[in-house]
Design a protein around this ligand. Structure first.
Ligand code: MLT
Ligand code: MN
Length: 297
């Protein structure tokens, strides 16, 4: 299985258009310790020929332009894109579907909660409806056309997307992690960009993976408050912080295989490669995903 990190920042990216925080200022200035990042998404392939996307970020147009593996065949409109899987209905994971609307040579897969929330309340997403199938939680499906990559969406503790507030109540299908198993090798990847807490089921999924991409939104629970008065804390936004005894770093350190933080918010000090917080992540054996990184599993 081949993997490309299309975008490693949380919603807003780095720099974020309205943000004058230290990471955004340094990224804007081209500081090599704080590289710019696009919004969160992953591309996965069984053979390096055809690819699937995990989530469709608002930056998908640029992410595809930067990745020759997902360019159309010259002289045609053939695009080597099999599936777009959605892990929740947050705007940073789904707005890209509207960018991919000119044709539907791919299929979209999500839970019914995610599809129905988007279609019932945002008429523009009906453009994508013909390509959109749903799966039950934990129901296996093929990510790729050849059936070599078996996927499933598993429930994780999460939240209702902000834009659905007052329109829907939280549901096990609202926030999911994606597990992809390469049936040829048995090797397993997990992508979980939104985790409110690490319950037993989530911990078991993370422990059983050989490669994991995990919610790295916030270093501390209250860091957004420092930038934006009145902001909710991390868990209220559906994100377990990295640091602290109940944080994700304690849970990830010591797991076998490789662990990467993704969906890193522009307030997070780990975005500065030279920060003590980034050093603590590295010392715990966890990596910070970079846009454009390619891995093999
Ligand atoms: C999140 O990850 O919590 C959301 O992207 C936040 C948002 O919708 O602004
Ligand atoms: Mn997000």
């Amino acid at each position: 299985m081949r993997i490309r990190v299309l975008g490693s920042a949380a919603g807003g990216g780095l720099p974020q258009w309205n943000c004058g925080g230290p990471n955004s200022v340094r990224a804007r200035a081209g500081d090599p310790d704080v590289p710019a990042r696009t919004q969160p998404s992953l591309a996965i392939s069984a053979d390096g020929e055809r690819w699937s996307l995990v989530n469709a970020s608002p930056d998908v147009r640029q992410q595809l332009a930067d990745f020759p593996g997902l360019h159309p065949r010259p002289g045609t409109r053939d695009l080597p894109l099999d599936s777009v899987v959605l892990t929740n209905a947050d705007l940073d994971h789904v707005v890209g579907l509207l960018v991919l609307r000119e044709a539907l040579p791919y299929r979209v897969v999500s839970t019914a909660f995610v599809r129905d929330g988007l279609l019932d309340h945002n008429a523009c997403f009906r453009l994508i409806e013909p390509a959109w199938g749903t799966v039950a939680l934990d129901e296996p499906f093929s990510l790729d056309r050849k059936g070599e990559l078996e996927a499933k969406l598993f429930p994780v503790p999460g939240k209702v997307p902000g834009w659905l507030g007052g329109l829907a109540t939280n549901h096990p299908g609202a926030t999911t992690g994606l597990r992809v198993t390469d049936l040829r090798s048995g090797r397993r990847l997990v992508y979980a960009p939104g985790l409110r807490e690490l319950d037993a089921g989530t911990r078991a999924e993370l422990a059983a993976a050989d490669l994991r991409f995990v919610d790295g939104t916030f270093w501390t629970a209250d860091e957004l408050l420092a930038m934006r008065p009145g902001a909710p804390d991390a868990r209220a936004m559906g994100h377990v912080p990295i640091s602290g005894p109940d944080g994700s770093l304690a849970a990830l350190s010591g797991l076998p295989g490789r662990s990467f933080y993704v969906h890193v918010n522009n307030t997070n000090p780990i975005l500065d490669r030279a920060s003590p917080e980034a050093a603590r992540v590295r010392e715990a054996g966890v990596e910070i995903a970079e846009d454009g990184a390619e891995l093999e599993l």
